[in-house]
Write a protein that binds this ligand. Structure first.
Ligand code: PLP
Length: 364
């Protein structure tokens, strides 16, 4: 039979948009056999008794039925757990990544802009590309604080439909100045989404501020709190916004297993909170230990990861040497001009952090 699929490139090039062809797919490193400190995951599992209880709960799942489209029970628990102010509505996403996509889908139109300070979470830029929107990145100051003059000028010039502020920011791990964030919200004609993916590790939030600004939305996720595998994020804001964004949400986006498992986990939130506390203490220890290593610059962290800079042009070698010693972290060098020579390590268990420190000391 004649093979009709061996030169598809002309067809692909005709139909797949050039902006998509120019992208590289989101890269996930293979971590098999390695201590995995690359993706801001919580390193802890649940106690065995809790796992048994969870499995019993899953036995009630009706896999033949569509999930509750509004995830009513889970939403109520999240409202309480995340202290969503009364009068504000909540929308759930299959991870906050999906919420970023819904926001873009709801506002996308030719010439419309998504703006964010950079370096920051890469999905803001990628989803702008997916939805044929224009992305404007505004460089942070060298200490990774907001360059307010540049931000305000860019907002004035581009009139962005969406501005994303990761609070704390990834990959720089710092918390932007809250008053400066407020000044940006005030200056923006469009929506400002404060992305609080690392809220659990920083103790500061814009959730309680929602009612003060008509153009503010707050986004959270369970991923960094220990439930990355479930894929569950939420967006909180005024009902008038949430009602519209909800229209581009695919029906049943939160599956039965995620609804049951997240509701179960939130009933046992003390376990997650304890793990978060352990990660915060481990972070302080790791910061201290890393600062004692000469030859690297360690940046402050309000999240569950630490950014550090190696001597010029050493990041790749350090990354590879750590990997050959069994520790996978993230090489940020090359991702943005301000990430030159930078590496990012996720805070693990004390044992994992010690293994990382041993490898790092041997390598530097
Ligand atoms: C990890 C991360 C997210 C993604 O969260 P998911 O809910 O897992 O999709 C969102 N924003 C920032 C800043 C992150 O670092």
């Amino acid at each position: 039979m004649k093979q009709r699929t061996n030169n598809l490139m002309p067809l692909v090039e005709r139909w797949i948009r050039s902006a998509i062809r120019a992208l590289s797919a989101y890269h996930v490193a293979d971590a098999s056999g390695l201590i995995k400190l690359d993706a801001m995951e919580n390193p802890y599992q649940w106690p065995q008794a809790l796992v048994q209880e969870w499995l019993a709960c899953l036995q009630t799942a009706e896999l033949n039925r569509y999930p509750d489209p509004d995830a009513t029970i889970l939403t109520q628990q999240l409202r309480t757990s995340m202290q969503v102010p009364a009068g504000m509505d909540v929308l759930l996403g299959n991870g906050s990544d999906e919420i970023i996509q819904m926001l873009a889908l709801a506002v996308a139109a030719p010439g419309r802009v998504i703006l964010a300070p950079e370096p920051t979470f890469v999905m803001y830029r990628m989803i702008a590309e997916f939805t044929d929107m224009q992305f404007e990145g505004v460089a942070l100051n060298d200490d990774f604080s907001l360059d307010m003059d540049a931000m305000l000028a860019a907002i004035k010039q581009h009139q962005p439909a969406l501005v994303f502020l990761a609070f704390p920011n990834n990959p720089t791990s710092n918390l932007f100045d809250a008053q400066q964030v407020r000044d940006i919200i005030q200056a923006c004609p469009g929506l400002v989404i404060v992305d609080e993916a690392y809220h659990a590790f920083c103790g500061d939030s814009f959730m309680s501020v929602l009612g003060e600004y008509p153009n503010l939305l707050v986004m959270r996720t369970l991923s960094k709190m220990g439930l990355a595998g479930l894929r569950l994020g939420l967006l909180a804001g005024a009902p008038a916004w949430i009602e519209q964004i909800n229209k581009v949400r695919l029906p049943y986006n939160i599956n039965v297993l995620t609804q049951l498992s997240a509701a179960f986990a939130l009933k046992h939130q003390a376990v997650l909170d304890e793990q978060t506390q352990a990660i915060c203490s481990a972070r302080e220890q790791l910061l201290t230990d890393m600062r004692a290593v000469s030859g690297i610059t360690v940046y402050p962290s309000r999240a569950n990861f630490i950014l550090f800079r190696t001597a010029p042009n050493q990041a790749g070698d350090v990354f590879n040497a750590l990997k050959s010693k069994g520790v996978l972290i993230k090489n940020m060098d090359g991702s943005h001009a301000q990430m030159k020579d930078c590496l990012r390590v996720t805070v693990g268990t004390p044992e994992q952090n010690q293994a990382f420190m041993a490898a790092l000391s041997a390598v530097i």
